[in-house]
Design a protein around this ligand. Structure first.
Ligand SMILES: [Zn+2]
Length: 583
């Protein structure tokens, strides 16, 4: 791994916090170090308070910020003496930790400090860098973890056995480092979790991470040659898949998406993960065993769940089995919590590829990123003697940890977007009315496949391709809106019909059509809308406005009525937000 430190760029930054922002972003740019909000960094510095007295302050990454894009405002300033005193407590509840850390902040508007703030405080260096680096967690998730870490680093790092993040981890490190000579070590390796490096200098702290990670990467490379042949075979297979989409039954994919959405209780997108690792693991002879051992680091669990659903020939039964296993897992480890949704966050489709689910494409892509790194790590760990993740009990503790769940509370909510997770196709989307409809569908939360003009679906092949695009891009198709009467609409609907049958509450909306198309399956509801807005644009008085020809007269109208009607007709699950007045 290369250091991204650039002396000239770095020279623009003079304060410790500016340098902290700079190297945090360098760490955040490297997905093999941190992914989607993972990892955290800090800097200790002095700040003059209101009375002109200098105070020691820890600026630590605030929750809700990503290292890749963090700014100075993303760091929570917490009084060091409070954090150091907290480290000496024998017990501290999560709610007290959050409450007293907030109370010790010198800016009440700053975000909540990272759950690792106390740990950052007890490391006696100005700059502390914490990552969940692939190479180190891969080595620590093997059956020979201790021996590998010893072979790579010798006594240059302090190895911390796995402890739940937060106060328990800070306390463990506090105890283990009471008599340590900090100058004699270059970092902390947290088993099944990640790496800490530190220095009074921003560059050294950052480059120590790069150095230690590079050493782990080299060790892995040197010890991996055993399965070179198998890897090559998998690479070839995934390339074939990428080129031709071989063996991917798109109807089956739409069916999987529908079943998972039903299990979740709301519409999901289903993205095929075509990374090499995904294709390799899906065809792995030991798939069921290696894919069911658990995540790479515990904080992935809030997004991916502990294990994927494995789908092969009886998808409905396999998804039911997944839910049953999840309920059993919950019952075994719960201590009064409320069960989370038992539908999978990702699936491995045996012999094909992994599928990531999400309420939005973005959510599914985050799961795809995390699982792609996990697949590579599993395959590497297998080649190094065996992938061994944390126990289900440890994963459960993090999955149901209120401080982890709090991270997910901000997501998009269905009541604001009744079509969230749904997939809609809009014809003649290039017209002004078409664009208004597309924008409106997106506001309602739908993922939209836009067919610009009739030329894009005037042959059966083009129609078929358009329908398949919806499945490849989003995993399914639920709504087709045909704007304007055109014979090619019928051909398009024929091509979409089979996919719509596997859609969620599937509907075809024909705006201003002479007659309605007949669908062979009556689960596809065909709706007719006569509306004063049509895709035909007429230039009136030099400016383009939306008009409709009625009885030979031009009537000026807006698209407002059309959009309101679309909202009412397509969002039957739409329940307006209750607006009340509380006194
Ligand atoms: Zn961490």
């Amino acid at each position: 791994m290369q250091s991204l430190w650039h002396a000239q760029t770095a020279s623009q930054f003079t304060t410790p916090l500016e340098l902290r922002v700079y190297t945090s972003r360098l760490l955040g740019q490297e997905p093999a170090l941190v992914l989607h909000g993972g990892g955290n960094t800090s800097v200790k510095t002095q700040v003059n308070n209101l009375f002109g007295e200098p105070e020691d302050i820890l600026f630590v990454k605030g929750s809700g910020w990503d290292l890749e894009t963090i700014e100075a405002a993303g760091f929570a300033p917490v009084k060091m003496h409070v954090l150091l005193k907290m480290a000496q407590l024998t017990e501290l509840s999560d709610s007290d930790m959050v409450k007293y850390q907030r109370a010790a902040m010198i800016d009440p508007n700053a975000p909540n400090p990272s759950v690792e703030a106390i740990l950052h405080a007890i490391i006696p260096f100005a700059f502390v860098d914490h990552t969940h680096t692939d190479a180190v967690v891969t080595l620590t998730n093997t059956s020979n973890a201790e021996s590998f870490i010893e072979q790579v680093y010798g006594k240059r790092v302090l190895v911390i056995p796995y402890v739940m993040p937060g106060f328990a981890l800070a306390k463990r490190v506090y105890k283990m480092t009471q008599d340590i000579d900090w100058q004699s070590i270059e970092g902390l390796v947290l088993m099944n979790h990640g790496l800490f490096t530190f220095s009074d200098d921003a560059k050294t702290a950052y480059e120590n991470t790069i150095k230690l990670v590079t050493e782990a990467e080299k060790f892995i490379e040197a010890n991996l040659c055993i399965n070179a042949e198998e890897r090559e075979e998998a690479d070839e297979k995934s390339l074939e898949y990428l080129d031709e989409n071989i063996n991917i039954d798109l109807l089956e994919l739409a069916k999987i998406r529908k079943l998972v959405s039903a299990q979740k209780g709301y519409a999901q997108v289903a993205l095929l993960n075509s990374s090499k690792g995904s294709c390799h693991i899906a065809s792995h002879p030991e798939l069921k065993s290696i894919a069911n051992r658990g995540p790479l680091t515990p904080d992935h669990v809030i997004r991916t769940k502990r294990v994927p659903a494995i789908l092969s020939d009886n998808i409905e039964a396999e998804l039911c089995g997944y839910a049953q296993d999840y309920i059993e897992y919950f019952d075994r480890y719960q201590s009064g919590q409320t069960i989370l949704n038992y539908a999978p966050s990702f699936a491995i489709w045996q012999g094909k590829a992994a599928i990531s689910f999400g309420k939005t494409v973005n959510q599914a892509l985050i799961i795809e990123d995390i699982t792609s790194h996990t697949f590579d790590a599993i395959l590497t760990a297998e080649a190094l003697g065996g992938y061994q993740a944390l126990s289900p009990a440890d994963i459960f503790a993090v999955e149901y940890w209120e401080l982890e769940q709090a991270k997910l509370k901000k997501g998009p909510f269905s009541h604001d977007k009744p079509l969230l997770g749904k997939v809609a196709m809009v014809t003649t989307a290039a017209t002004q009315v078409g664009q208004a409809v597309v924008a409106h569908m997106e506001i309602l939360g739908a993922n939209v496949v836009e067919l610009g003009e009739h030329l894009e679906f005037d042959t059966l092949d083009k129609c078929q391709e358009a329908a398949e695009t919806a499945i490849i891009d989003y995993g399914g198709l639920d709504i087709v809106i045909c704007l304007g009467d055109d014979p090619s609409n019928l051909m398009l609907l024929k091509a979409c019909e089979a996919f719509l049958e596997h859609g969620i509450n599937p509907r075809v909306l024909c705006v201003n059509h002479g007659s309605l198309p007949v669908m062979s399956d009556n689960i596809i509801e065909v709706l007719h809308l006569n509306c004063s807005a049509s895709p035909t644009l007429v230039s009136l008085n030099g400016s383009t406005s939306l008009v409709q020809k009625t009885n030979g007269e031009h009537l000026e109208t807006g698209v407002f009525n059309l959009l309101s009607a679309i909202t009412m007709m397509l969002s039957n699950e739409y329940v307006p937000h209750e607006e009340g007045v509380s006194v």
